[in-house]
Ligand binder design. Structure first.
Ligand code: RP5
Length: 180
């Protein structure tokens, strides 16, 4: 059973089947970091599919995966890759849906190469780029994009912000002191 099918079950709160995210990465060696995008979508209750397609090693698979996902209603694409990271840009060339790129740390340049490759897209084919290894923010941003047309999801994201603020206050309590 795929994650998309999972999300059609009652918990936590199924979204319409069309509002899902494709998470794609260049290699299975990227999966641990990219799982943080999946975790953020799980927490928001947004369904997704999680797969590998390489812009360089499997260009035909990449084209098929992206075009099929768009035809099947993917609303946002998250693409992560390391080194000469062309995958997010290639994904963006194949769809007009929003694409979020995640530069991944691997190889001699530890993600600086991937950051430059992903963020420097030519005019007309944008990729919204998060930090090196910033897969969690990619998941949060994808949820925010979907929330622009989903009031319940928007409310859930606001609740998460409140919980984050509460957590900061709790952390402060653990270390606070004053000598005045
Ligand atoms: C990139 O090359 C992948 O996204 C990965 O980050 C990196 C290394 O890939 P493997 O050699 O581990 O498959 O295309």
């Amino acid at each position: 059973m795929t994650k998309t099918e999972d999300a059609q079950s009652p918990a936590p709160r199924p979204l319409p089947a069309a509002r899902w995210v494709l998470i794609v990465m260049g290699s299975d060696s990227d999966a641990d970091v990219m799982s943080q995008a999946a975790a953020a979508l799980d927490e928001a209750g947004v369904p997704y599919e999680f797969t590998v397609a390489s812009a360089h090693r499997s260009p035909e698979r990449t084209r098929r995966v992206i075009t099929e996902a768009e035809a099947n209603g993917a609303a946002v694409f998250i693409a992560g890759a390391g080194m000469a990271a062309h995958l997010p840009g290639v994904v963006a060339s194949l769809t007009t849906k929003p694409v979020i790129g995640v530069p991944l740390a691997s190889g001699a340049l530890q993600g600086v190469d991937a950051l430059y490759a992903i963020v420097q897209m030519p005019p007309g084919i944008p990729v919204a780029t998060v930090a090196i290894g910033g897969a969690r923010n990619a998941g949060v941003l994808a949820a925010q994009i979907i929330a622009t047309s989903d009031a319940a999801l928007s409310t859930r994201l606001k609740e998460q912000r409140t919980a984050m603020a509460d957590a900061v206050a709790a952390k402060s309590k653990k270390v606070e002191k004053s000598t005045r």
